[in-house]
Design a protein around this ligand. Structure first.
Ligand code: BTN
Length: 243
């Protein structure tokens, strides 16, 4: 059985993740809640960075689900959402890839990513995964983003239908979340590996806490954690950022 969906759309809001967190007490824990916005005035990226969210060009969405506290695979939820998005983009003709743990890149440039936040709610954890995808953002806006960024419009050389693109991604994400709740990360690990931008032996600079580590990519474990080769030894990481 698929979950019932509750939708909230805002033409303009500070951040869909923030709205979800402020209103979590009103959400039905048995449903999936989906919050979308045309524009965000205080869009948030990972590591406290801002997420540029100009009006009516991009996808800004938060998916909210409630997961029993007994589960130890909550970290995989943003990875599953990224995978479902990448698979949808492939169907639409884009060679999108996953940058571990949950970014999307095309031709080495960042197209989008997720920001996962959690809140304890009774015996469950409310998981709020914000997904931002640059769809029709122009080159002018893209050049305001610090690190190399791209949009689907830039990659295609023409605009996309924003609503149709958002709906295609959403359908795939909802199906994936239904499967995740029943079966965990196992059905997703192989496709996740196949869509990675990283290849074994790729040199890597990796921020972990305050440390900058230098090594090379080794593999992804079955639980979605990263294996790097550092000083000739394999070390696993559950979080961090590849520079
Ligand atoms: C990243 O830094 O890669 C994560 C970007 C996440 C942006 C999305 S847009 C919808 C949701 N609301 C926010 O304020 N952030 C996320």
């Amino acid at each position: 059985m698929t979950h019932q969906l509750d939708f909230h759309h805002f033409p303009k809001i500070d951040s869909t993740n923030n709205w979800a967190k402020s209103n979590i007490a009103h959400f039905n824990p048995k449903h999936f809640t989906i919050i979308t916005a045309g524009e965000q005035t205080a869009g948030k990226g990972r590591q406290g960075r801002p997420w540029l969210s100009p009006p009516d060009v991009n996808l800004y969405v938060s998916y909210v689900l409630f997961v029993p506290n007994t589960r130890d695979d909550i970290n995989n939820i943003p990875q599953i959402i990224i995978l479902a998005t990448v698979q949808t983009l492939h169907k639409l003709g884009f060679k999108a890839q996953i940058k571990w743990p949950n970014d999307i890149v095309i031709n080495g440039k960042k197209l989008g990513g997720t920001l996962c936040e959690t809140l304890p709610v009774k015996e469950s954890t409310a998981v709020i995964v914000g997904l931002g995808i640059n769809v029709n953002m122009s080159q002018e806006w893209l050049s305001e983003v610090d690190n190399a960024a791209t949009s689907l419009k830039t990659e295609k050389g023409g605009s996309l239908d924003l609503i149709a693109t958002a709906e295609a991604i959403q359908d795939h994400v909802i199906d994936a979340l239904d499967i995740y709740l029943k079966k965990g990360f196992t059905p997703f690990i192989e496709p996740f590996r196949q869509h990675l931008v990283h290849k074994i032996g790729d040199p890597m600079r990796f921020h972990h806490g305050n440390n900058l580590l230098e090594g090379s990519f080794h593999s992804i474990n079955n639980d979605g954690t990263l294996n790097l080769i550092l000083n000739d030894k394999v070390q696993s990481f559950a979080s961090g950022e590849i520079v």
